[in-house]
Structures are given as structure tokens and as C-alpha cells.
Design a protein around this ligand. Sequence first.
Ligand SMILES: NC(=O)c1ccc[n+]([C@@H]2O[C@H](COP(=O)([O-])OP(=O)(O)OC[C@H]3O[C@@H](n4cnc5c(N)ncnc54)[C@H](O)[C@@H]3O)[C@@H](O)[C@H]2O)c1
Ligand SMILES: [Zn+2]
Length: 373
Amino acid sequence: MNKFLNNFDKIKFFFNGKECSIFIGFDLFKIKNFFEKFKEKDQVVIITNQRLYDLYYQEIRKSILTITNRVDKIIVSDGEKNKSLKTVIYVLNFLKKRRYSKNIVLVALGGGLIGDLTGFISSIYLRGTYFVQIPTSLLAQIDSSIGGKNAINYKDAKNMVGSFYHPNLILINLSFLNTVSDRQFQSGMTEAIKYGIAMDYSFFCWLENNYKKILFREKETIKYLVYYCCKIKSEIISQDPEENQNKRVLLNLGHTFAHAIESKLNFSDVLYHGETVSIGIVTSLKVANLINKFSKKNTNRIISLLKKFSLPLFLSKEMSYEDYLFFIQYDKKRIRRNQIDLVLPVEIGKSSLYRNVDRNIVIRAINSKIKNF
Ligand SMILES: NC(=O)c1ccc[n+]([C@@H]2O[C@H](COP(=O)([O-])OP(=O)(O)OC[C@H]3O[C@@H](n4cnc5c(N)ncnc54)[C@H](O)[C@@H]3O)[C@@H](O)[C@H]2O)c1
Ligand SMILES: [Zn+2]
């Protein structure tokens, strides 16, 4: 194994006083055994889906078996529709049947869906278990596995039921990205672009300058990309763990519109989360242009970067503004029932939360087309 591969990065931080370490590297589970803490635990339960079970379960199980032989698994169905109460109940029944104690480790092996689901169950099963994230998609490795936001969709409301519960440990094996499809990978890139627009101009420029290497999945570039995003997110969430200080909230850029689209599409995976966020960002650019004169030049720069990753800018089938406004009513950022609160860019690398945005401006932005920018 060469020096580069035999190397991992570590980020340590605190979330509301709870310590968490992130380890990042290629072939992570071949370099070191990260499961020593599991020795003290009653049981390890890995939650995953069939695809990821087939791809990676044995590799992880083998590594855990050197520490403890008490390893179990739960396979849940793939697809955003299954980030649901029904799946939570299925898993709770499984844990109850086996009479597992509170002293267990729940391991999320999967993308953002498995991570959100497992985190939520970890937070409620016997009022909280040890929780480990092994994110497998790009989106989960750079965003959703960090920060302790766990939620499931409830009926037509995205992420309505959830908790803040941070993982104790996050293990990012970059080699897992080898099996992620191009479309999924590009969808994950939206969250990286989001960090750049919302809070980090130089990172935005780095993305512009390195998009070819990223698309080619050049190893050093991917390692830097994931490491840097984890660094940004862990710093923000340790400063503002539960979104009370107008810092973490900025990471919701584009998400108000994105969640409305996902609800309208019935969580059907016609569009992936990163793709709806891309459309949401483009709509936010238009609102920002109308509210704070966000420049056309910067708008074009952002759109051009989204295009480099083949991300959609608009819905191929129109969604009426009435539908948007209906689902925006579920948005968690609101502090009043009927108001619209949006995170909008002020310039590239700087954004702000705007409360009670004028409804007519939002409608104009929804109805606008790219040529009107
Ligand atoms: N908690 C948070 O802070 C946060 C942040 C962003 C997004 N999210 C949530 O994350 C979810 C989206 O996450 P996602 O994009 O990872 O989607 P996902 O978890 O649905 O995964 C997408 C698809 O890729 C497959 N997959 C994952 N890793 C793979 C691998 N290594 N090889 C092959 N296939 C693989 C999955 O099986 C699935 O079919 C949404 O539910 C979103 O709401 C949460
Ligand atoms: Zn997101």
C-alpha cells in the first residue's frame, strides 16, 4: 500500500458537549480498526439496505468481528419514500424482539436516508444509544452524516419528525464512492457548491478550478473535497449545534424550495435530493436578485458551476406557485405560521436569513425562467 492510501485524516469536534471524531481515507477499514469502543458494548446493529449490504457489509463485519462477535444487521428498503414512520416501527420491532439493551451501537451504513433514519432511531430507542455513521454516498460523506440532524418524512411533509442527536463516530471510507453512479455523485456535489455560495468564496473558486478533477474522481482531489466539506460543516455545527444563532441555518440555502419539490413529487426519487437543492438554489438566486440585487454576473457564475456537474436548474414539468406555497408551509425555519423565511445569497461566499419574504417576490421567482435573470 503506498503512503497516500495508507493515510487518513481526523477531525475532532464537539456538538453540545458531545465529542465526535471523523476519520477520512481510502480503504479506511484496511488501515486501522476503528471499532475498539465496541468492545464495551452489548451488541452492534448495522442498519443498511440490500444494495449496500451486498457491497460492503462483509468488509465492515469482518473488521468488527476482531473486536466483538455480537454483530447483527437490519436491512431496510431503499428509496426516499421509506424514510418513514413505517420503517422506524419496523426497526423498533426488530430491536424490541431481540430485547437489545440501551448499551448497543447502532451503525448507519448507507447514504443520507439510512443515516437520517438510524440517527433518529438511535435518539429514541431506550432514550438514546451509541451511534456511528458510515456514510457511503458523496452527499452523506460531505454533509448529512455530520451535524446530528435526523428526521423522517411524515405523510407529505419532508423531515417533519426528527431530533438532534449527534453520532459519536463518523467513518468515511472514500473507496465506497467507487460504486456511486455518476448521477448520484453529481447530485451530492450540490451540497459542496452550497457551502461555497453560502459561506466560503475561496472554496467556491476551488470548485470552479477543480471541477474536471472532481468529475474524474481524481483521488487527491476527492480526499480534499470531502475533508474540506467535513471541516466546514463540523465548525459551523459546533458553533451553532441546534440552529439558534443564524449560522447553521445558512446551510439550508436552496432547501426550502427543494423540500417543497420533494413533497410534491411524493418522495418518489424522480429527482434526487441534491438535484432538488440545485433547483432550489437557482430559485433562491432569483429571489435574491429581486430582494438584495444579487448580481447577474454572480448568478451566471453559480449557474455555470451547477451545469458543470449536470445539475438541473429547473423542473422539467412545471410546478405551480400554489403548490410551492402550500408545501413551504411545512418549512421548519418559520417562526410564524404563514410567513416565508429564506436563506438567500448576498454575494458568493456570503448569505443571510431573510424573514417574512414578500410572497409576490417569491411567486415571481418561481415563475421566472433562466432568460429572465
Ligand atoms: N441530516 C442531514 O443533515 C441531511 C443533509 C442533507 C441531506 N439529508 C437527507 O439525505 C437524503 C439524501 O441522501 P443521499 O443522496 O445519500 O440519498 P440515499 O441515501 O437515498 O442514497 C442514494 C442512492 O444511492 C445508493 N448508494 C448510497 N451509497 C452507495 C454506494 N457507495 N454505492 C452504490 N450505491 C450507493 C443508495 O442505496 C440509494 O439508492 C435525503 O433524505 C435528505 O433529506 C440529510
Ligand atoms: Zn441537503
